[in-house]
Write a protein that binds this ligand. Structure first.
Ligand code: FAD
Length: 258
């Protein structure tokens, strides 16, 4: 199988750097092909702007979505974007690995998503009408592929528990797992989260690697998070609210998990 690891940490000798090396070795030893997009090492351009297409008419008002659509459809996207889209097409599984920074992705990784997820590639796919609001949330360009987050946090596990002060980790990661991964079609596996990173020493690192290695070995058999598909009947179209008989009384992120 082909695995793309998109990795965002500025320091190769960090905990994240060690885990990235571990993952590549483990996956290759299991016979998989691995590509790594090491965003800091690549000097990835993090900001989406008018320079992301090759032939934009000078002086025109820049409309990010319209320009993304035009450049994708006409083969005029910047080459760094095209390369990452090709890696996504190649991959059977995609791992996003990052330290949790301000409850989200490091900016360089958010910028990878913003630029690589072009209109026509990750959104604006399929019929858009009052009867069918696009191929997304369970359908789309990346359907049939698996994705998993590998996340490190300074906070303790209890801080991210159901009544923890930071909010439950499933909620913190919902915009990434549901909004960024499930939206263009990925089957999203439960995340691998390492908490309280300032307490990692050699002994704990070894325990973490055991658990992480198992998750990598199980990449093809771990059941995905059962997010509800948009176009399978659970949602009223075009309002895109859950039908009243689905998860009655339940609101918020959890209602979108079967
Ligand atoms: P490192 O700092 O590189 O390492 C952590 C520990 O692991 C160190 O003790 C190191 O010695 C040890 N280690 C590393 N490699 C090995 C190895 N090979 N063998 C044995 N031990 C090893 N945390 C939150 O919970 N929520 C937030 O919203 C949040 N926001 C942040 C925002 C910013 C801008 C920053 C800088 C930090 C934030 N943090 C937050 C904390 C952050 O998530 C952690 O600092 C990060 O996850 C630690 O990962 P690292 O790879 O940088 O670890």
């Amino acid at each position: 199988m082909n695995v793309l690891l998109v990795y965002a940490h500025p320091e190769p000798k960090s905990l994240n750097g060690s885990l990235k090396e571990f993952a590549v070795k483990r996956l290759e030893e299991a016979g998989h092909s691995v590509q790594v997009s090491d965003l800091y090492a690549m000097h990835w351009k993090a900001v989406l702007d008018a320079h992301d297409s090759l032939d934009r008419p000078a002086g025109e008002r820049f409309d990010p979505s319209a320009e993304s659509r035009r450049a994708f459809a006409s083969g005029q996207q910047s080459s760094d974007i095209v390369l990452e889209q090709d890696k996504l097409r190649w991959a059977d599984a995609v791992i996003l690995q990052f330290p949790l920074w301000w409850f989200s992705l490091p900016a360089i990784l958010k910028g990878w998503v913003e630029r690589v997820y072009a209109y026509g590639f990750a959104y604006g796919v399929g019929e858009h009408s009052d009867a069918h609001w696009g191929d997304r949330y369970g359908e789309g360009t990346l359907a049939g592929k698996r994705a998993m987050l590998v996340v490190t946090t300074g906070g303790w596990e209890s801080h991210y528990s159901l009544r923890g002060i930071n909010g439950p980790m499933d909620d913190v990661l919902f915009p990434i797992q549901h909004g960024i991964l499930y939206y263009p079609g990925f089957d999203v596996l439960p995340p691998f989260v390492i908490h309280r990173t300032d307490r990692v020493d050699d002994a704990r690192f070894s325990t973490i690697c055991d658990a992480f290695g198992q998750r990598l070995d199980d990449l093809w058999k771990t059941p995905p998070i059962p997010f509800r598909p948009q176009n399978a009947g659970a949602y009223i179209i075009p309002q895109l609210t859950l039908r009243p008989d689905i998860a009655p009384g339940q609101v918020g992120f959890a209602a979108h998990i079967a």
